[in-house]
Every structure is written in structure tokens, then in C-alpha cells.
Ligand binder design. Structure first.
Ligand code: SF4
Length: 359
């Protein structure tokens, strides 16, 4: 089994475009409407990150040159994404997207397409002022998924300052915290600050070795129960118990793709090397017309779980289990109320119960 730490969209003319979130995320039959596109514009995996988290699987242990960027000009990329003829939800991640060369070219081009929007997974070490002034921000088509890495070189004062800037700009933002064993208990202090400032947060399980033991299998029952309590059944099975998804039906390739910086295309973040047809720049490239059978053995992310079908588990979002979608900020905006509305945690009682045990 491959073991990695948890890490975590056709254009129309602007005149005919619609705002995806006004239309909802699903078709009437339950399918996700947008194409979910992981765009690794600044490199594969965690290359070119400016932090050095001990749990990182990409070897981003040192400051990189940050000179890396996609191959070809932004116009070429724009035409290629437009050819897909879909509403697109871009997910900018891998490494530190805000540090990638050409980041704001990407932000501007997504902003120019009214049926495109994006989520940025970032360590928020970069000053977000230009993002706040972008068309994407003004249209509220950008979401920020901020990962706080206390053991990776993150500076809390800087991180929180940037968070508050995003909150002031009414950009839906959420903080993700990895339950890497030596930093689990410190979450209590961060939770207190984030809760006091009405900033949504969630925790994720760590997948990998620490102190010779393989996580998440060796979490204490207490921590496992806490993690179980805040996610929905599908995430429990595939995200925490790491049940093998191999062979399951999945719409990756059709409704979700991973695009490498050179234009090659994979199914998803957990099957990144599975190029299924051509290259994004090939004018004959088409999204799959039907689902695939999962070719890999770990489906770790909520994005993937949204596209994979398990006949024994619900694919819909149960009203009392919304934390499954915590990474999918655009969806949870309906629950959280967005950037400035009070955050509601349906599983707050479970969270506080566990936190009290630490006091
Ligand atoms: S089931 Fe998960 S890992 Fe498999 S192809 Fe779909 S999204 Fe990727």
C-alpha cells in the first residue's frame, strides 16, 4: 500500500457566463456540475514549497528557487482549459501556490472567466494583498484553504494576520490542521484563537510513519474516536481506515482531473500518473465520457471521495455530517455562511468534549 501523508473545471464567453455558486454545485441527479481541476501549475507534488514540514512526502525540506512554473504561456493554457467546455473549479495546490511564478497570471485568468472559480491551498506565508484586489475576490469566486504548519517553519503571527486580511475581504477561508503526532495537542491553542475570530477550521489525520509507527492506524482510541466523530461515514472508511478503493466506480477523468505543469493529465491526486488521454494541449484531448474503475489503493482526499461511489455508503451530504466537505469550502459556504457569518460546527459538542480532556 502506498502510504503518504494527508495533504490534502469549458469556458463560455463572459456575456453568457453564470456564477457557478449561484447555480449550486450539483445537477438535479446529484452529480457534481463543475469540473474539479487540480492544476499543478508550479510543479509536481510539493516541489517549490517554502516550508519544511517534517511530515511532507514531497521532500520540500529546503527553500526552493521558486523559479519553477508551467510550460508555455498563459494564453495557451487558457485556450486549453476553454476547450474543455465546462464550468471549472480549479484547485491550486502542491508546493506553495502563492509562491509559484505566475501565480497572479493564473488568478487573473480564472477571474476573467465568470464560470471558473478556484480554491487555493496555501500556507499563507505570502502577503495576499494582490489577491484581495483581484476580480476573483471581488466576485467572491475564490476560497482559501489555509494549512497551518507549526513544525514546518510557519509564523503564527504572520499566518493569523493574513487570515484576518482574507476575512476582512470576505473571502471564505478555512484553516486545516494536520494531526501529526507531535503537534496534536497544540491544536487546542490554535482552535481557541480561530474560534474566537470566527474562522472555520478542521483537522485531518496523518498518514505515514512517526516514531516507527504507522499512522493513522496507531492513533489512540480517544483521538480515533474524535476523528470519527467529526467526519461522515465515507471519510471514516476511506480517509481514516484507509480502505482500498481499487476497482470502485469513480468519475475522475470525467468530472475531476489533475493537470501537471507540462499539460499532462491524470485522474486525481491519488492516481496522479494515470494519464488517460493525450495532453491538455492536444486539440483532440477530451474528458472521459463515463466513469473509471479506480486504479489505485488509497483515496485520501475529500475531493476524490466526492467522485467515487461506494454502493454501501451515501454519496450525498447528510445534514448532520457536513464536515466531510470541509475541504470543499465553496460547498460549506452554505453551512458556514461564508467569510463573515458565524461559523456553525454541527459536531461542536464532540470537539469540545475532546478538547476538555486536554485541559
Ligand atoms: S476512487 Fe479516489 S483514488 Fe480512485 S480514481 Fe477516484 S478519486 Fe482517484
Amino acid at each position: 500500500m502506498r502510504v503518504e501523508p494527508d495533504t490534502f473545471m469549458n469556458a463560455q464567453s463572459a456575456a453568457s457566463a453564470i456564477k457557478p455558486k449561484d447555480e449550486g454545485f450539483r445537477e438535479s441527479d446529484g452529480r457534481l456540475r463543475q469540473l474539479f481541476c487540480f492544476w499543478q501549475f508550479n510543479g509536481d507534488n510539493t516541489d517549490f514549497c517554502n516550508q519544511h514540514c517534517p511530515y511532507c512526502y514531497g521532500g520540500s525540506r529546503a527553500q526552493k528557487s521558486l523559479k519553477h512554473r508551467w510550460i508555455g504561456g498563459i494564453d495557451k493554457w487558457t485556450r486549453a482549459f476553454e476547450r474543455l467546455d465546462r464550468d471549472i473549479y480549479f484547485n491550486l495546490s502542491y508546493g506553495e501556490p502563492m509562491g509559484g511564478n505566475g501565480f497572479y497570471e493564473v488568478i487573473d485568468v480564472i477571474g476573467d472567466h465568470m464560470n471558473w472559480e478556484c480554491n487555493i491551498i496555501t500556507n499563507l506565508s505570502y502577503f495576499p494583498e494582490r489577491l484581495l484586489k483581484s476580480k476573483l475576490a471581488k466576485d467572491r469566486r475564490v476560497y482559501v484553504h489555509a494549512s497551518w504548519h507549526p513544525l514546518g517553519g510557519g509564523v503564527w503571527e504572520e499566518f493569523t494576520k493574513h487570515l484576518l486580511m482574507l476575512q476582512d475581504a470576505d473571502i471564505p477561508t478555512m484553516v486545516m490542521y494536520l494531526f501529526y503526532p507531535p503537534q496534536i495537542e497544540r491544536w487546542r491553542e490554535y482552535w481557541k484563537w480561530l474560534d474566537a475570530h470566527n474562522i472555520r477550521t478542521c483537522v485531518r489525520r496523518f498518514v505515514g510513519y512517526y516514531d516507527g509507527k504507522l499512522y493513522p492506524f496507531v492513533y489512540s482510541p480517544e483521538i480515533r474516536n474524535f476523528l470519527y466523530a467529526i467526519v461522515q461515514p465515507k471519510t471514516r472508511k476511506y480517509g481514516i481506515d484507509l480502505h482500498d478503493p481499487h476497482g470502485n466506480i469513480c468519475t475522475a477523468g470525467k468530472d475531476m482531473i489533475l493537470v501537471h505543469y507540462d499539460g499532462s493529465v491524470g485522474l486525481c491526486a491519488d492516481a496522479p500518473q494515470t494519464a488517460f488521454r493525450f495532453n491538455l494541449f492536444d486539440e483532440h484531448f477530451r474528458l472521459r465520457e463515463g466513469p473509471v474503475q479506480c486504479p489505485t489503493h488509497l483515496c485520501g482526499g475529500d475531493y476524490g471521495l466526492l467522485h467515487m461511489y461506494d454502493p454501501k455508503l451515501p454519496n450525498e451530504l447528510p445534514p448532520d455530517e457536513p464536515l466531510w466537505h470541509d475541504c470543499f469550502i465553496a460547498q460549506t459556504e452554505k453551512i458556514t455562511g461564508g467569510g463573515k457569518q458565524p461559523v456553525i460546527y454541527p459536531k461542536r459538542a464532540e470537539m469540545e468534549k475532546w478538547l476538555r480532556k486536554l485541559d
